[in-house]
Design a protein around this ligand. Structure first.
Ligand SMILES: Nc1ncnc2c1ncn2[C@@H]1O[C@H](COP(=O)(O)OP(=O)(O)OP(=O)(O)O)[C@@H](O)[C@H]1O
Ligand SMILES: [Mg+2]
Length: 1002
């Protein structure tokens, strides 16, 4: 029974006449009625400034108290933003009512009794904007709501005191099914396991948090043990957070990870809207210190609560975004080190890889805190964190015969004549409590437990023979006995999954519309499914995962296909506002329906979605797209998916450290198809191929060539945005090739038309094109000797960089300053910026950034004349490049710098060797600037060793270097070259002291 009324309505309408009053109050009453109807309640009566409604009568309704509660919250939310200026109170009570549906029409009558009287009193106890319930109502909501006890109250006209609770919020839909079951069998045995958990909790309370993993066969009692433990925790006021993986976990990556973030880390109740969720996230992050805007944006985006018009994150690449998320998780867990709480994660055997990383991070970070993690999984699950010191595993054996007997007795009662039946069940169950329970249910269904059933010896033998041999079989037998429409509905439910949104089921079962309620009631009554607490529509869940598994696997595949298709279609409608998140699940249903192209389409959507946080996972999805389309007929839809898949595997693969050989087949295939599909795609693929070619040690000219080809594919003046993208890359390619004026010209074009670059290109590039172009520009200007302009450009970039959390971008500006410092021979400037580069690399990890950092530190050391440190640090960078095969585009520069360091240290032989290596490699890779520097070092080292005896050779090398300076436009090397060349004109052939400054590293 629910009562709602408007606070202080009398004062608010005191001045108005009856008609005006109704004009004001009418819309408010309508809002209240709407909430009630959404949650299947019946408005019994409206009363001027309030309403009275019934849930669960006259229409029998599963989970009526919960629905009433959802209606109450819905109503309160509606009044928060209604603009009517009213506040309301809601009161609820549960009990018997005599109702007369015929009169339940708002004209009075309809429901009578004490229940109504009590409910009408409770409403007065609620605060404005609040909801109050009596203890009997709370008993039905215990597992679904958070409450505050308001004490016992004496209510007018009611004898005795009544306990009153204020409802605070609805818990997430993940609430343990066990708590809703109401009638649990007594908890038996498991004393040792319980003790392990309690002991772990004691350690946790002392700041030595444990993670306990419970492993056991299906139905062995993992969830029950966890349930008992968390009940115990709750009774000791220790907060518990629950998350579970779903059977379609692999199709729905990240769900448990997301829900962990929502429930545990940010305590976002499902009733929160996006703005409220953002406020909670910001408040929580503030506990760690002033949150970076970029971190907030990252979390808002990841949790799907970003502001509608928020701009794309300034390019943090997926790998780094993912790493940042995990490190935020780590920081948050560590931050909360001083409050004891328990996180329960159920059914890890269904956990997807991406969430697995979240969970692993959580377990690892929890060490040394007061956050205990409890996990459970079937033995098939391979545990990835067994190595963590704070982790321990508990294996659940079967229960003993006497325990199972106790369990069975608690279900069938003490009747003596059932002794033999009890023995049969105990024996057959093999100690599996779920099996035992299901056997009892099955016997009850078959009428064998009824008074007067035939239990003579022969009959018992027949019963024994008919007892199913496995837990799956016993469930199967129960399902076989279901009538219609229950059976069909249950099969549909099993296809939908363990959780069943009613709206999806209704969509699938439209021919059964008239009997759906009755069917669901039947299934709930048989305890095969149970109603769930939920926000935004009714939903159900299978009472036990095994029931869903059996109901699914016992359907013929041919029959499942069309049902999967129906689920996919229904979900497209139902999840229309969260399509990205559910795309993989929808894809799974299409695939199971035998519709691979539709499945591929949705997989590509899922890939795109996860691609922003997890490149490795995105690559998996793209491979899935390809696999789905394998052997499918060519069509423009299929081909364009194939092209995107191939192209994305190549792009993301590059970031994940794949080399060209590994992705070349995908590029080739995509390129072959793209021609027929989309010329624009070829351009992007050419760009990727060129970039990867170069990153994996190919010639820079090859990169240039591919970009020129891509540019040639479009008519001049058309598609300025795309031309800007390609020119940005071309600027990079020319810069690597050392052709500076050309690089600057391309950079000019990119800069000019940057704003026209579209979203597709931005996503394809994956990081901020603005920062990239400016960063390259700063370095180009430096090398061209236009130092004032370079400085200006780099300054701007530093300012821009503050809005980005992409470490590569952050490094860019500092990096450029180190170059500049070299030209200015300014060791202090070099040191300041190289230190920043190193800090950034430290914070974000990853070999690529580390190569940058080492190169900058080495360069700064050499500018300061510390060749010992410089040489050592450049060598480290070189080893890293060669071992990790990252940043190979830097290899020749590092070699050229290293040669210079050797020379600076007077190790002329080594200088010669390394310089020669640098020259050879530079020629292969067309990196003309390092080649030029290595030529100078080579010639100089010869003169150092042999004096003018090597003049001829040295002169030839200098001439080559001079040619390169002219060709590349690298005027900054002119001075160095002139100084070294000058030695050829000196009369004495004595080896010279070191009178140069080492060149640039990167
Ligand atoms: N120690 C116990 N005492 C009484 N009943 C139990 C016990 N353990 C489990 N049960 C009952 O057995 C049934 C199955 O238990 P539970 O759901 O915990 O299995 P599970 O191991 O989690 O299975 P799954 O791997 O399928 O999730 C439940 O109804 C539960 O109440
Ligand atoms: Mg379980």
């Amino acid at each position: 029974m629910l009562f709602a009324d408007i606070v202080g309505s009398t004062e608010q309408i005191a001045e108005l006449d009856a008609e005006q009053a109704m004009d004001r109050l009418g819309p408010a009453l309508a809002l209240m009625c709407e909430s009630i109807e959404i949650f299947s309640g019946t408005v019994v009566r409206t009363m001027g400034d309030g309403v009275m409604a019934l849930f669960g009568a006259p229409k029998a309704l599963e989970g009526h108290a919960l629905l009433a509660c959802e209606a109450a919250f819905h109503m309160q939310r509606a009044f928060q933003g209604d603009g009517l200026g009213f506040r309301i109170r809601v009161g609820m009570h549960s009990g018997q009512v005599a109702s007369d549906p015929q009169q339940a029409d708002g004209r009075g009558g309809g429901a009578h009794g004490l229940t109504i009287h009590l409910a009408s009193r409770v409403v007065g106890l609620a605060e404005p904007g609040g909801i109050c319930v009596t203890e009997s109502c709370y008993a039905l909501l215990r597992s679904s709501c958070d409450v505050r006890f308001l004490g016992k109250h004496l209510l007018k006209g009611i004898s005795g005191h009544t306990g009153i609770y204020a409802l605070m919020e609805l818990k997430a839909a993940t609430t343990n099914r066990l708590t809703q079951q109401g009638s649990l069998t007594p908890f038996l045995g498991r004393a040792d396991e319980m003790e392990v958990l309690k002991q772990a909790l004691r350690l946790t309370e002392r700041g030595q948090a444990r993670a306990v993993g419970i492993s056991g066969e299906p139905g062995a009692g993992k969830s029950r043990l966890c349930h008992e433990f968390i009940q115990w925790c709750s009774s000791h006021s220790i907060p518990v957070f629950e998350v579970r993986a779903q059977p379609y976990g692999h199709a729905m990556p990240l769900q448990p990870g997301l829900s962990l973030l929502r429930t545990f880390f940010f305590r976002i109740p499902p009733t929160d809207d996006a703005a409220a969720a953002r406020a909670r996230i910001a408040a929580r992050l503030t506990e760690l210190g002033t949150p970076a805007d970029a971190d907030l944006a990252l979390l808002y985006d990841f949790l799907g609560v970003a502001e509608a018009d928020s701009v794309l994150l300034p390019g943090l690449n997926p790998k780094l975004r993912h790493a940042r998320l995990l490190s935020l998780v780590r920081e948050l867990v560590k931050h909360d080190a001083a409050t004891t709480c328990v996180i329960l994660i159920e059914d890890l055997h269904w956990l997807d890889e991406a969430s697995e990383e979240f969970v692993a991070t959580l377990v690892e970070a929890a060490a040394g805190t007061q956050t205990m993690v409890v996990l459970n999984f079937r033995p098939s699950y391979r545990l990835p964190w067994a190595q963590f010191d704070n982790f321990q595993k508990v294996e659940l054996d079967q229960l003993s015969s006497s325990e199972i007997e106790h369990l069975v007795r608690s279900l069938i009662g003490p009747r003596q004549e059932l002794h033999e039946i009890c023995r049969l069940v105990v024996q057959r169950s093999g100690g599996n409590p779920f099996f035992a329970e299901e056997l009892v249910r099955s016997l009850a269904d078959g009428g064998f437990l009824a008074e007067g059933a035939d239990l003579r010896a022969e009959a018992l033998e027949a019963i024994e023979r008919s007892l199913p041999p496995t837990v799956q079989a016993v469930i199967g037998a129960r399902l076989d006995r279901l009538g219609e429409p229950e059976k069909t509905l249950l099969q549909m439910c099993a296809i939908i999954g363990k959780e069943i949104p009613l709206a999806v089921l209704e969509h699938m079962a439209s021919p059964l519309a008239s009997v759906i309620e009755k069917g669901l009631d039947g299934l709930c009554h048989a305890e095969l499914i149970l109603p769930q607490p939920a926000v935004g529509g009714r939903r159900f869940a299978f009472r036990h995962p095994l029931i869903q598994e059996v109901a699914y696997s016992t359907q013929l595949k041919v029959r499942r296909g069309p049902l999967h298709c129906a689920v996919a279609l229904a979900m497209e409608v139902y999840y229309r506002d969260q399509l990205d998140e559910y795309a993989a699940l929808i894809a799974y249903h299409y695939e199971s329906a035998g519709q691979p192209v539709d499945a591929a389409h949705h997989s590509s959507r899922a890939a795109q979605w996860v691609g922003s946080t997890n490149a490795a996972l995105a690559i998996k999805h793209w491979h899935k797209v390809r696999a789905l389309l394998h052997g499918q007929a060519r069509s423009s839809r299929a081909d364009s998916l194939r092209v995107r898949a191939g192209g994305q595997i190549a792009v993301l693969g590059w970031r994940e450290g794949l080399v060209l050989q590994e992705v070349q087949p995908f590029i080739d295939e995509a390129m072959a198809l793209a021609g027929e599909v989309d010329n624009r795609l070829i351009q992007l693929l050419l760009m990727v191929e060129g970039r990867m070619l170069q990153a994996s040690g190919g010639p820079a000219d090859g990169y240039v060539e591919r970009l020129l080809k891509a540019l040639a594919l479009m008519p001049v003046g058309a598609d300025l945005g795309r031309a800007a993208t390609l020119n940005a890359a071309l600027s990079q390619a020319y810069a690597w090739a050392g052709l500076l004026p050309q690089a600057l010209a391309a950079n000019d074009i990119a800069l000019r038309d940057m704003e026209k670059i579209d979203r597709l290109d931005r996503e394809f590039i994956g990081f901020s094109i603005e920062h990239w172009v400016m960063g390259m520009r700063g370095r180009l200007l430096t090398r061209l000797g236009r130092l004032e302009e370079a400085e200006q450009c780099l300054k701007e970039l530093l300012v821009l960089g503050q809005s980005s959390n992409d470490p590569v971008i952050l490094q860019f500006a500092h990096f450029g300053h180190v170059d500049l410092a070299w030209c200015r021979k300014d060791p202090a400037l070099a040191l300041a910026h190289s230190t920043r580069v190193a800090e950034i690399a430290e914070k974000h990890e990853g070999p690529y950034l580390r190569v940058f950092a080492l190169s900058c530190l080495a360069l700064a050391a050499s500018i300061g004349g510390d060749f010992e440190t410089a040489q050592r640090t450049f060598s480290q960078a070189l080893i890293l490049v060669r071992n990790a095969k990252v940043a190979m585009e830097f290899e020749t520069e590092i070699l050229a710098s290293l040669a210079e360091c050797h020379r600076g240290l007077g190790r002329f032989e080594q200088a010669l060797d390394v310089a020669r290596e640098a020259i050879t490699l530079s020629r292969q890779r067309c990196t003309r600037l390092p080649e030029c520097r290595a030529l100078i070092t080579c010639a100089a080292a010869m003169l150092d060793t042999h004096g003018l005896a090597s003049a001829v050779e040295a002169r030839a090398l200098f001439a080559e270097a001079e040619g390169l300076v002219r060709m590349t436009g690298a005027s900054i090397y002119e001075e160095l070259l002139a100084r070294e060349q000058f030695r050829l004109t000196e009369p004495a052939g004595e080896p010279q002291g070191v009178n140069f400054i080492v060149g640039q590293a990167a």
